[in-house]
Design a protein around this ligand. Structure first.
Ligand SMILES: C[S@@+](CC[C@H](N)C(=O)[O-])C[C@H]1O[C@@H](n2cnc3c(N)ncnc32)[C@H](O)[C@@H]1O
Length: 293
């Protein structure tokens, strides 16, 4: 029988849950009970209902070995999504790795905003550009919702380009999407009906103080927005004006407190109908601008 770090194949699911919750509590995780349930389901390939229906069932192998490894990694701060190699976003199951930002629930605010603005044009042959495509979360969500749209995703990280390409393929979108290595809009030709971006927007000096799940497990290139957090907007916004079709929209995610600055930058560059949208926590999360028709 394998016995490692307090886990054994003979242990029941209920015993494993209690051990995990205690381990995660000691490691300082915010929701140790919830995390324990998720970890056990992942290691054992179980649904949550199986934990309730048969708590006395033995873990067995390979679940016990997997659980020992998973518990050690999660207790060290690695997010469960990165351990499992996948993350749910907008109803899609996406591949994630250490090379890409773990897609965040608040980024769904950008998707909702885009879809509201697209409105009745959802079935049109829209041209969409995603700058800093990362895992491909935004592009995959928008192309799934807009069945005739064409998308280009750009990223400066070769590893992110590889992951986004796999996600586009896995979501059945490869025929309508191109994923390209590059720096922002360099070499990109328009026009686009929609330009979207969730760029790095954390101030360099704030990175050290981030949660370890983010600081140690999301790539620095995906986080660091320079001294004031706004470097990427100063690169993306001026270039986007000329790449949008008349009446085309720019929709960018912003960090808490950055909405006013990014809105002001957009107005100075000639974008009209500038607006912001809040996420579920009430934080200004998205800035919209329109190229004059
Ligand atoms: C915050 S992540 C967003 C990833 C993904 N779009 C999402 O929302 O989950 C920002 C992305 O911008 C990329 N990036 C950083 N600098 C870049 C640049 N100069 N040109 C293109 N992409 C860049 C990073 O590699 C990272 O994938």
């Amino acid at each position: 029988m394998i016995e490692r770090s307090g886990v054994s194949a003979a242990m029941s699911r209920a015993e494993a849950l209690a051990w995990l919750a205690e381990t995660f509590d000691r490691a300082g995780l915010e929701e140790p009970g919830r995390e324990a349930r998720l970890a056990l389901c992942e290691a054992g390939g179980l649904r949550a209902s199986a934990l309730i229906a048969s708590p006395e069932a033995a873990l067995g192998e390979p679940a016990a070995s997997r659980l020992a490894d998973l518990a050690a990694r999660r207790a060290a701060g690695e997010p469960l999504s990165k351990i499992a190699g996948r993350r749910e976003f907008w109803g899609l199951t996406l591949i994630v790795s250490p090379d890409v930002l773990d897609p965040r629930p608040e980024t769904e605010t950008l998707i909702e905003t885009a879809l509201k603005l697209i409105g009745a044009r959802r079935r049109a042959r829209l041209r969409i550009l995603d700058l800093g495509v990362g895992s491909g979360a935004i592009l995959c969500a928008l192309l799934t919702e807009c069945p005739a749209a064409l998308g280009l995703g750009v990223d400066a990280s070769p590893a992110a380009v590889a992951i986004a390409s796999r996600n586009v393929e896995a979501c059945g979108l490869a025929a309508r999407a191109e994923i390209r290595l590059g720096s922002w809009t360099q070499g990109v030709e328009g026009p686009f009906d929609l330009i979207v971006s969730n760029p790095p927007y954390i101030r360099s000096a704030d990175i050290e103080a981030l949660q370890r799940e983010v600081r140690d497990f999301d790539p620095r290139l995906a986080l660091d927005g320079g001294a004031d957090g706004l470097d990427a907007y100063r690169a993306i916004l001026p270039a986007s004006v000329g790449l949008l079709a008349p009446g085309g929209r720019l929709i960018v995610e912003v960090g808490a407190g950055q909405g006013g600055d990014v809105l002001g930058l957009a107005a100075r560059l000639g974008f009209v109908h500038g607006e912001t949208r809040r996420d579920l926590a009430g934080i200004e999360r998205v800035v919209i601008g329109e190229r004059p028709a």
